[in-house]
Design a binder for this molecule. Structure first.
Ligand SMILES: [Zn+2]
Length: 591
């Protein structure tokens, strides 16, 4: 494209103002500070350099700043003279960025500055994340420190004397650490750091929109006891060469998506669809086919809807052809029965017989291990196993495992009454694996309502704990299995307590802060802003928990495809966004 230009961060600081497009970027304090972010490496947990730059700005402007033990930086700016009585406002952004690049691109996020280019109205990086999430938030906060610089007013066609355009209450600018990974900055913030009880979070990505709520969440791990065919006739048959054949059954090509923000969309869950396919196949197969589960694994990350799952099943050799046909039929009825071609266009089921040299072999089952050890490879997938012999689950455990997988809830539980269209509470079933000691299932529950999170946790405990295997005749197995884990109790199986919990932010559409922010947007854009909440985690949940009575809104200019190398910032939304920020502060002074 002829108007694309490659700019280093350094050159952005000295943009030639004669070029119209670049002129649009140049001059504004926010662009200067965004360029500072671009040239400063800031992957999560490696934030010393950007912290030094940010505190350097405060020092240069003679402002008080503080860094807490969690690595968060606070800069305080006194109110415009005459407005000291107005309630202080915190503005908050995060210092770190996601480091993602296209395959084959040479870029060291620990060292290299982000290289950017202008493409139409978009600012993009060269095949890496741009870090507008949340570099543009950092820049916006710092730009507010310079807000009343005379050159800024001229730039916007305002008079030096017209100070009333820029009045603001006392400002507390909070720059947090490690939002993109652990949220440890927000989680471990010094509760004395902030005095303000009004907070504008600058980490949202839609212009003319105000976010007023987010989901909290927790993880839950469930372990179903299983029985491998180790003894007697069953094991002997499995060990006799030629009696059984192994089939690899691989469901793949599903679209996947964010396990919170997209939980309400018609997206196939690979783990559950494959279990349903196998279950239907076993139902339809003659008893003599004796289909057993030998391995099961699906999902890669707890925050992603699983795009694929793979099983290895043992089938009596005489029935292989029949079972393969039944698998195809089950795939057609299960996947195509639930998802149209538009919804899941690329889903396929790959079925293949496995040879002796494939990685299906399994050593004699090891003694049961505690759940913390269960994250390793499924035995049947572990390469290089020695003393290999075929091992598979008993028919009862095969059936129980598939039922357990299909019976777990994946999807929306409640929708919000306050915010139209918002998913309030959901569970995503995102990782599953058959291991030596049991079937391991990993769920991620989310809600913007903390009371619902307690309810969901209890519901899982009740529906998928001891009562489940009692109903499925597995109590004896659970006890035997538990007795084999030296001294560990039955609670080892079933759901764990809620793990890694973080708080939600319940939407409140009636705060004064929202009223002012909404008015500021309305006067900038001439139309009502969209007010919404997200079904994903934001730092605002922590603010409400840590700072009693805190009111929050979350805003930002338009950023597309955050967290990916396609991330881009819409240039023309940046200046209106800064105007809205200032107008909001101004309105809060005049209430
Ligand atoms: Zn962010």
């Amino acid at each position: 494209m002829s108007h694309e230009r490659i700019l280093s961060a350094e050159s952005l600081l000295h943009l030639p103002t004669s070029i119209p497009l670049v002129d649009q970027l140049g001059g504004d304090a926010i662009w200067k500070y965004f360029a500072m972010c671009l040239e400063t490496p800031r992957p999560s947990s490696k934030l010393d350099q950007i912290r030094a730059k940010v505190t350097g700005v405060a020092d240069r402007l003679g402002l008080v700043h503080k860094t807490d033990r969690a690595g968060n930086v606070l800069i305080c700016k006194p109110a415009t003279p005459g407005y000291e009585h107005v309630a202080a406002v915190a503005l908050q952004c995060h210092l770190d960025m996601v480091t993602s690049k296209n395959e084959g691109v040479e870029h060291d996020f620990d060292v290299d500055p982000i290289r950017v280019r202008i493409d139409g109205d978009w600012l993009k990086a060269e095949s890496t994340t741009l870090g507008a999430d949340d570099g543009i938030g950092v820049a916006a906060c710092l730009a507010l420190l310079e807000d009343i610089a005379p050159e800024r007013m001229e730039l916007e066609g305002r008079s030096h004397k017209d100070k009333r355009e820029f009045v603001h209450p006392a400002l507390e600018l909070l720059f947090t650490a490690d939002e993109e990974t652990t949220m440890s900055g927000a989680m471990d913030i010094d509760p004395e750091l902030l005095k303000a009880r009004l907070m504008i979070n600058v980490d949202s990505e839609e212009q003319n929109s105000i976010c007023i709520g987010c989901a909290g969440g927790f993880e839950k791990i469930l372990l179903l006891p299983v029985e491998w065919a180790e003894n007697g006739d069953d094991a002997a048959a499995l060990s006799t060469p030629g009696t059984f054949t192994l089939l690899s059954v691989h469901l793949k090509g599903l679209l996947g998506g964010h396990s919170g923000a997209q939980i309400h969309e018609p997206l196939g869950n690979g783990i559950q669809l494959l279990a349903r396919i196998l279950s239907n196949t076993i139902d339809a197969a003659p008893a003599g086919a004796d289909v057993r589960l030998a391995a099961y694994k699906g999902g890669t990350a707890i925050n992603a809807i699983p795009r694929e799952a793979r099983a290895v099943v043992a089938v009596r050799t005489a029935h292989v052809a029949e079972v393969v046909t039944l698998l195809d039929t089950a795939f057609a009825s299960v996947v195509r029965g639930r998802y149209t071609l538009e919804q899941e266009p690329n889903a396929v089921l790959a079925v293949a017989t496995m040879s002796g040299s494939d990685d299906w072999h399994r050593t004699v089952p090891t003694p049961l291990k505690v759940v913390e050890d269960e994250l390793g490879e499924s035995p049947a997938f572990a390469a290089g196993a020695t003393n290999a012999r075929l091992c598979a689950l008993t028919p009862t455990s095969t059936r129980a495992s598939l039922d357990y997988i299909t019976s777990l809830h994946h999807g929306v539980i409640y929708k919000s009454r306050e915010v139209e269209g918002l998913v309030e509470t959901s569970i995503a079933f995102t990782v599953a694996q058959l291991t030596d000691s049991g079937l391991y299932c990993h769920l991620f529950a989310r809600s913007s309502n903390d009371a619902h999170m307690v309810e969901v946790s209890q519901r899982l405990d009740e529906s998928h704990g001891a009562s489940w295997w009692e109903a499925h005749g597995l109590t004896q197995l659970a006890e035997t299995a538990a007795s084999r884990i030296n001294g560990k109790t039955l609670q080892k199986f079933g759901p764990t307590p809620a793990l890694n919990g973080f708080p939600g932010w319940m939407p409140n559409p009636h705060t004064d802060l929202l009223k002012s922010t909404r008015s500021a947007y309305e006067s900038e854009y001439g139309v009502q802003p969209r007010v919404y909440a997200v079904h994903a985690g934001l730092e605002c949940g922590f603010w409400q928990r840590t700072f009693a009575g805190m009111e929050c809104v979350s805003v930002g200019p338009e950023v597309a495809a955050a967290h990916s190398p396609d991330e881009r910032l819409e240039i023309s939304t940046v200046r209106p966004f800064m105007r809205v920020l200032r107008a909001t502060l101004d309105l809060l002074c005049r209430q």
